[in-house]
Design a protein around this ligand. Structure first.
Ligand code: HEM
Length: 168
């Protein structure tokens, strides 16, 4: 049973819709925060990324609770031409979900690591220093992971909860 039907007019649950929008809302803010760091506005970069990290953590937790206890995605996907209940993980939607999870599981862990390390190793207020090289490497990976999580999540959402079998 879905926790509640979503607001995007698809078969997605309320939480699926919220998380889909949150994933795409994060991207322009992340781009802004990277733009700001290039302008040497380190404190603003820090603030935006701490807010994004918190929002992402809340979204992931709410999503996990919804998926574990309230929403059965297979039921919501059953009208999709790309989903087959008999061959769940080899249907196109199932494969898209596996690819999505390859990004969606490591990315929040990487975000936690990047944020914890940045808070421990940059001074406050933040300034470039010995941690800069390590931060740049892992932080670009975290940003790329976020982008791929959103793209692959959007593809899975479409295949499972938007696409419909032609009537008749
Ligand atoms: C997951 C969250 C974060 C992401 C994705 C992120 C992303 C980035 C990226 C991509 C750069 C390199 C820009 C370039 O190539 O020139 C950068 C630089 C920087 N970040 Fe972050 N950041 C995050 C969190 C933080 C936090 C929490 C702080 C402060 C405590 C911080 C402080 C800095 C500083 C000081 C630099 C400049 C390093 C330098 O140019 O020497 N970042 N960040």
């Amino acid at each position: 049973m879905a926790w509640s039907t979503g607001f995007l007019g698809t078969r997605g649950s309320l939480m699926l819709d919220v998380v889909l929008l949150a994933m795409f809302a994060v991207l322009p803010l992340l781009a802004l925060s990277i733009y700001l760091v290039k302008q040497k506005k380190y404190a603003q970069h820090k603030l935006i990324n701490l807010i994004l990290g918190t929002v992402l953590l809340i979204a992931v937790l709410a999503f996990e609770i919804d998926m574990r206890f309230f929403t059965d995605w297979e039921v919501l996907a059953k009208d999709s031409p790309y989903f087959d209940e008999q061959h769940k993980w080899t249907s196109i939607a199932g494969l898209a979900l596996i690819i999505h999870l390859c990004f969606a599981i490591p990315t929040p862990l990487l975000w936690i690591y990047v944020i914890v390390q940045a808070l421990r190793k940059f001074p406050s207020p933040p300034l470039p220093g010995e941690h800069s090289r390590a931060h740049s490497k892992t932080a670009w990976l975290a940003a790329g992971g976020m982008l791929m999580t959103a793209i692959t999540g959007g593809m899975f959402y479409y295949l499972a909860f938007v696409a419909s079998r032609a009537p008749g």
